[in-house]
Design a binder for this molecule. Structure first.
Ligand code: ADP
Ligand code: MG
Length: 237
């Protein structure tokens, strides 16, 4: 479980201070698929950066699976991030010179496995995201949707407690977005993967268990979504 208490992130000092996050408290249960929505500049990425230990709050506390991550030093945070968190960026952030398999391989080395074990685990997770036949392709030889699935495989390779995705479909067309969302839903349902995903597309909401809407650095509303409908509805409808 993730517990954030009164998280604040202020940028700059004095007259030009920006309150990107201005007192956010939230709880995320294991196995939840949470959508973070809200207009541009409302603090969604700032919140995700804090949850992903890519940034530290100005004040407030954050516990992930019982660990007070604010109390960890930089080295311990890096280890925690590598082993327990997966992060997916809008622009995929793959290393262009490396194949799909090699991109996924990098974080898998943090688990202290042999290179053979790493290769097996990488190929396995690339299969899970539907890229079993693309493992030796370079990013430039793949579509945007395929590149994002490599990035998702990389985020998942260490079986993270928490998968964070910041507008992962922002650069994809509707068809490819749906592939990514269906994949997230499958990971969530079959593997009980906890997912926090930022989105500003209204049709994405049908995939989420809960929607956290942000405005001006605070949570404006939280809505529990009824999970009876099949999310695989035509996104244009
Ligand atoms: P969102 O992801 O919802 O679009 P962000 O979390 O990126 O919003 O940004 C929230 C606010 O914080 C915005 O007003 C943005 O301009 C500001 N902000 C974000 N990063 C920085 C930074 N490094 N320095 C100063 N202001 C920032
Ligand atoms: Mg953002």
């Amino acid at each position: 479980m993730i517990i954030g208490s009164d998280l604040r992130r202020y940028y700059g000092l004095g007259a030009v201070q920006v309150r990107a996050l201005d007192g956010v408290s939230l709880k995320i249960q294991k196995g939840e698929f949470v959508g973070v929505m809200g207009p541009s500049g409302s603090g969604k990425s700032t919140l995700l950066h804090l949850l992903g230990l890519l940034d530290r709050p100005t004040s407030g506390s954050l516990h992930i699976d019982g660990v007070d991550v604010g109390a960890l030093d930089e080295r311990a945070r890096t280890v925690f991030r590598l082993r327990r968190l997966g992060y997916v960026f809008q622009d995929y952030a793959l290393v262009p010179e490396l194949t799909a398999q090699e991109n996924v391989y990098l974080p898998s080395m943090a688990r202290g496995m042999t290179s053979q074990e790493c290769t097996l685990v990488c190929n396995d997770i690339l299969g899970v995201v539907g890229l079993g036949d693309r493992i030796h392709h370079l990013p430039s030889q793949m579509s945007g949707g395929e590149q994002q699935r490599v990035a998702i495989a990389r985020a998942l390779v260490n079986r993270p407690a928490l998968l964070l995705a910041d507008e992962p479909c922002a650069n994809l067309d509707t068809r490819n977005s749906k592939v990514i969302l269906d994949l997230f839903k499958k990971l969530n349902r079959d593997l009980h993967q906890t997912i926090v995903m930022v989105s500003h597309e209204e049709w994405h909401t049908r995939y989420f268990d809960r929607i956290i809407s942000m405005k001006d650095g605070v949570i404006e509303t939280e809505i529990q979504v009824k999970q009876d409908a099949d999310p695989g509805v035509d996104p244009s409808g």
